[in-house]
Design a protein around this ligand. Structure first.
Ligand code: SF4
Length: 335
């Protein structure tokens, strides 16, 4: 499958595609990318959009700070660079949310700057070609690889070199069972000669991913349900969710929910029926999330842990951007 933004010389399209592709599979990104380019075909249209609308467009893609940063970056480009992305890495890096990788992608692919693009695919190919035993999570290792790649990039074709290297890693030099028989670099590949391809790249051991039990409440007051907006800075910032939180050790789910709702909203509620339980994995932890219908008893909703509260009708929930785990709860409800 082709990769969004590849073969495109529109720097804005490359920017959007590269941000969406961070930590996300190509197949997941495609429908979002296509719709995004229809909804916000230019930087000025993205800059003019409301943040709620932008987050709604991103809903389900995860890592929502990427959407907020793209939006902020578009506004910055309008105010600082008159709506056009600058052509060099150094100036691209001044844009909020554009880091070294995205800056290098835009500068090398759209503007032919001689700068290497180092994603996981490139690191895998490079460390196998050279049998590099250094830990690739260390910045010194990455600096050394970057210097070596910069030396290798043909000055007249940086985009083709970078994209070729990435595609080789994505399609042929895969993490398991690399297709060395079809690889154009097999004759110069040191790992292929010794047969230890899968020992590279060298990475630190993964730590065990923690798991949390979470409980949330859909609090009903008349026809309406309470939703809360997460603070702008932090995990899932700016998204809406149902109040709740972690079940502490030795605590029952019901007690945890009543406690969390009181702490987060100040409301007294009673538990009604359980809606269901879903599993969800984030990068650094996993959760088991249970949801209950609750009924409001008394109190006015406070914003202790949230930036905003809203009471909304069930059929209005679709107009708000929720994290994937909350969407799974809404899917249970619709079944
Ligand atoms: S020969 Fe095999 S291990 Fe070496 S770069 Fe090609 S696919 Fe990767």
């Amino acid at each position: 499958m082709p990769v969004p933004g590849r073969g495109d010389s529109n720097p804005y399209a490359i920017w959007v595609a590269e941000v969406m592709l961070q930590q996300t599979q190509v197949t997941t990104v495609w429908p979002y990318y296509k719709q995004w380019m229809l909804d916000y075909p230019t930087i000025s249209q993205l800059a003019a959009a409301k943040q709620d609308q932008v987050l709604k467009s991103w809903e389900g893609l995860g890592y929502y700070s990427r959407a907020r940063n793209l939006h902020r970056g578009a506004k910055f480009v309008m105010s600082t660079y008159a709506g056009s992305l600058p052509v060099s890495v150094s100036r691209l890096l001044k844009i909020p949310g554009i880091g070294p990788y995205t800056a290098a992608a835009i500068a090398s692919i759209a503007f032919a700057e001689v700068v290497p693009l180092m994603d996981g695919n490139v690191l895998r190919v490079f460390t196998r070609l050279t049998r590099l035993k250094s830990n690739i999570s260390l910045s010194k290792t990455r600096r050394d690889i970057s210097a070596e790649l910069t030396r290798l990039i043909p000055t007249n074709h940086p985009a083709a070199f970078n994209q070729g290297f990435m595609d080789l890693g994505r399609v042929i030099c895969t993490p398991r069972n690399p297709g060395c028989g079809q690889c154009p670099l097999s004759l110069i590949c040191l790992a292929r000669q010794t047969g230890d391809m899968e020992d590279y790249p060298v990475k630190p051991r993964r730590k065990n991913i923690p798991h949390y039990n979470i409980v949330v409440g859909l609090i009903r007051r008349g026809e309406k349900i309470l939703i809360q907006r997460r603070p702008e800075n932090g995990l899932l910032g700016g998204l809406w969710e149902f109040p709740g939180g972690k079940i502490e050790e030795g605590e029952s789910g019901d007690n945890a929910l009543l406690r969390e709702i009181k702490e987060e909203t100040g409301l007294d509620v009673s538990l009604d029926q359980e809606i269901g339980t879903i599993q969800h994995a984030y990068t650094h932890f996993k959760i088991t999330l249970s949801a209950w219908f609750c009924d409001w008893i008394e109190g006015e909703a406070q914003t202790h842990a949230a930036s905003e509260n809203r009471w909304v009708l069930m059929n209005e929930l679709k107009d708000f951007a929720f994290p994937r785990a909350n969407l799974k709860i809404l899917e249970l409800l619709s079944q």
